[in-house]
Design a protein around this ligand. Structure first.
Ligand code: ADP
Length: 491
């Protein structure tokens, strides 16, 4: 009988169930969106009960749509939206609140207070992360401060706190397992990156009881058994857990230090594997744990950019220059290649590595002949310049010069952009044909942990490679233009 590994990718917009075959190929996918609960203050929440129900339903849909037998599922992996934070009752297993979504900044005041108390540098040093309301520490602190019920549960030692992976594992195992993995723990801002433990001092600063936090396990470790509430004929192991970007890095095969992946989505996450020691973030980069698989811990350095694929949506929705993102490729090719227009997409300030929340976007360097094609070209190229700048910051922090960029995400389908990225960064760019990389990473970790997958088979996925192809004088001229446009925007 053929076997499959299933993955649950619990993401911001929905919960996906994915099916991978014996070679790690994606053979089925279902998706169950959930409500984005936004209040008048703009706070964003998710309903934990709804997401758990969606998880079960997504797997049922997957089995139906692919036509496999239920007993062919050998095991499960889970990848998850990172940082989204939840609390539930240790006695009943019921949620004590909606989950606070990663994008939600309701805990900003808590961070401001902690900053005034002078703890931010100490927090950054211990956790590798800049003090921010985006991480679970401040979110859990907010929940405890704003709900008497949650505080009372904490006092009675009846509080459980965690991220979406922990919630799903807890429910799928009927409340038997209360665990997270190293990647998720390292994004909590409560975890000591070097001692590999929940940190008492940090828990004290954020006023979070350490005993309410889950046990931390290997990313390819055992997370108990589940029969998906009676859906499977017999229980199977949950054997892999990874934060979504970490899953994508693993599925891209970035198993050695110095390897880099860049996700070209609405925004971008650029992640560099730094091996068995954490790199110093600085320059707006964050340092965390990539994973612990096969008993080996790998650290990562990460830079996040707000506007990459989103500039293409802006061309479509606000300027009306295109009706579909895929049109940008031939328009950029048709543009006058001598045109010197640059777009600096600081629509919501600039993220890594510039960190200027006051910066405003600009189109700079237009000439009389600059038109639709040239603006589209400038927009695509702005994606590549920003990624290249993050890679440059990573190189300055670590001395590592990657020999390849492994690309994924919606805009990685754009061959003009991938070619330009390769040329401007002077690095080959490798676009994997595999989709759903976050879930794939969790499935691979699970399959490897169960001894089902052989690493050599997994990373044989087809790819398209783009090689640098630009005269050096031309490349330098373009870089100078981008620097100048940035300088004028940031001034
Ligand atoms: P996310 O997971 O962040 O929602 P995706 O990975 O699905 O994002 O990528 C969507 C983004 O990629 C959108 O902003 C879209 O404009 C952009 N995009 C999609 N296809 C292309 C393309 N062929 N060329 C350029 N950009 C594209």
């Amino acid at each position: 009988m053929r076997w499959y590994v299933a993955a649950i990718d619990q993401s911001t917009q929905g919960t996906k169930a994915l099916l991978f075959d014996e070679k790690g190929g994606l053979v089925g996918r279902t998706d169950r969106p959930h409500r984005q609960i936004v209040n008048e203050k703009g706070w964003i929440s998710h309903d934990l009960t709804e997401i758990y129900a969606n998880t079960l339903q997504a797997v049922r849909d997957l089995v139906k749509e692919t036509g496999i037998e239920r007993e062919q599922i050998a095991g499960l992996g889970i990848s998850n939206q990172r940082e989204t934070s939840a609390v539930w009752d240790r006695i009943t297993g019921e949620p004590l609140s909606y989950a606070v979504v990663w994008q939600c900044s309701r805990a900003a005041d808590i961070c401001r207070k902690i900053e005034l108390e002078g703890f931010s540098e100490r927090i950054r040093q211990k956790t590798g992360l800049p003090l921010s309301p985006y991480f679970p520490a401040a979110k859990l602190s907010w929940l405890l401060r704003h709900s008497r019920e949650i505080r009372e549960k904490a006092e009675k030692h009846e509080l459980m706190a965690g991220t979406m992976d922990t919630w799903l594992v807890y429910r799928l195992t009927g409340g038997k397992v209360f665990c997270t993995d190293f990647s998720n723990a390292s994004r909590s801002q409560l975890f000591d990156l070097r001692n590999l433990k929940w940190d008492e001092e940090l828990c004290g600063i954020f006023e979070i009881p350490l005993e309410s936090l889950p046990q931390v396990r290997d990313s390819d470790g055992e997370y108990g058994m589940t029969d998906l509430e009676g859906f499977l004929p017999k229980p199977v192991p949950i054997h892999g857990v990874l934060g979504d970007s970490h899953g994508a890095l693993l599925a891209q095969g970035c198993m050695r230090p110095g390897m880099v992946k860049a996700t070209y989505g609405t925004g971008s996450s650029v992640m560099l594997q730094t091996g068995d020691r954490p790199a110093d973030g600085g320059a707006g980069l964050s340092s965390s744990i990539g994973w612990k698989v096969r008993g080996k811990l790998s650290y990562v350095l990460e830079g996040n950019i707000n506007y990459t694929g989103a500039v293409v949506s802006w061309l479509q929705e606000k300027l009306g220059l295109i009706t579909d993102p895929s049109e940008t490729e031939f328009l950029a090719r048709a543009a006058d290649q001598e045109d010197k227009t640059y777009l600096v997409p600081a629509f919501t300030g600039l993220g890594a590595p510039y960190w200027d929340s006051n910066a405003r976007a600009s189109l700079w360097g237009m000439g009389r002949m600059t038109g639709r094609e040239e603006i589209v070209k400038a927009a695509l190229e702005s994606i590549a310049y920003q990624i290249a700048d993050v890679l440059g910051a990573m190189e300055r922090q670590t001395g590592i010069v990657p020999d390849q960029i492994r690309a994924d995400g919606g805009a990685a389908a754009n061959r003009y952009l991938m070619q330009f990225q390769s040329s401007i960064s002077r690095i080959p760019v490798w676009v994997s044909s595999l989709k759903e990389l976050s879930g794939a990473g969790a499935a691979y970790a699970a399959g490897m942990g169960m001894g089902l997958y052989d690493e050599r088979v997994l990373y044989a996925a087809e790819r398209e490679e783009f090689l640098p192809g630009m005269e050096e004088t031309e490349r330098i001229r373009k870089w100078k233009g981008w620097r100048e446009a940035l300088r004028r925007t940031l001034d």
